[in-house]
Design a protein around this ligand. Structure first.
Ligand SMILES: [Fe+2]
Length: 195
C-alpha cells in the first residue's frame, strides 16, 4: 500500500519554534488554527505515550501506520518504519507540521530552500542547501509550509516509530526524484490516493 506520508516535514528559512509549554508557544494562531508549536507539543507528548506507541503493529516488510486525532483539526499519524525504509523526497504543500521519534532513530534530509509552488518540472539546486539531521528517541522537529524533505530509517536492524502531525490536513503531497543537484517533480498525490 502506498504511504500516507510519514512525512514529515522544514524548510528553509523556518520561523523559530518556541519550546513546547513555554509562554511563547501559542497553541493557536489568531485564526484558531493550531500553530507549529502546538503540533510539536502534540507529537512530543504522543511519542512519550509508551502504551500507544507499543500498540502500533509492526511489519518487517513495510511501514505501518495508524491515524490519530491531532489537535485543532490537524492530521496525525503514528508510523512504524522497518530498517531501510524511507519516504523519498516530497513536500506537504501548504501544510505545516511536526514529527517526533518515539523509538529508534530517523534521519531527515531536507532542502533549505522554498521551491516555487508550480510551473516547473525540474530545478537545479544551488550548492549548500542540503540539511541532514538524525532524530533519536525523543527527538522532534517542526517545519513550515513547503518544507521539502525525505525521512528514513537508516538502521540496519532496528525498527523506528514516530508521530507526525500536519495542519491543514494534508491537501496534497508533491513527490520528487533527485539526481545530484537536479530535483524533478514526479507526482502529485492527493488524499484519495492514500487514504
Ligand atoms: Fe514529509
Amino acid at each position: 500500500m502506498s504511504h500516507p506520508t510519514p512525512a514529515h516535514p522544514l524548510n528553509a528559512p523556518t520561523a523559530p519554534v518556541p519550546p513546547a509549554g513555554s509562554p511563547a508557544a501559542a497553541r493557536t494562531a489568531p485564526s484558531g488554527a493550531p500553530t507549529a508549536a502546538a503540533l510539536l507539543d502534540f507529537v512530543r507528548r504522543t511519542a512519550a505515550d509508551r502504551a500507544l506507541v507499543d500498540s502500533l503493529p509492526l511489519d518487517p516488510e513495510g511501514r505501518t501506520w495508524v491515524r490519530l486525532e491531532g489537535p485543532g483539526g490537524s492530521e496525525a499519524w503514528l508510523i512504524g518504519w522497518p530498517p531501510g525504509t524511507g519516504t523519498g523526497w516530497h513536500d506537504h504543500a501548504d501544510s505545516l507540521g511536526a514529527f517526533a521519534t518515539a523509538r529508534g532513530t530517523l534521519t531527515e534530509n531536507a532542502l533549505a530552500v522554498r521551491l516555487p509552488a508550480s510551473g516547473w518540472k525540474t530545478l537545479e539546486l544551488a550548492d549548500g542547501l542540503d540539511r541532514s539531521r538524525r532524530l533519536g528517541e525523543g527527538g522532534s522537529r517542526a517545519f513550515g509550509r513547503h518544507h521539502v524533505h525525505e525521512v528514513l530509517n537508516e538502521s540496519p536492524d532496528t525498527h523506528a516509530v514516530s508521530v507526525h502531525a500536519y495542519y491543514p490536513p494534508l491537501p496534497l503531497i508533491r513527490r520528487f526524484s533527485r539526481t545530484g543537484a537536479v530535483l524533478r517533480l514526479e507526482q502529485v498525490e492527493r488524499p484519495e490516493d492514500w487514504q
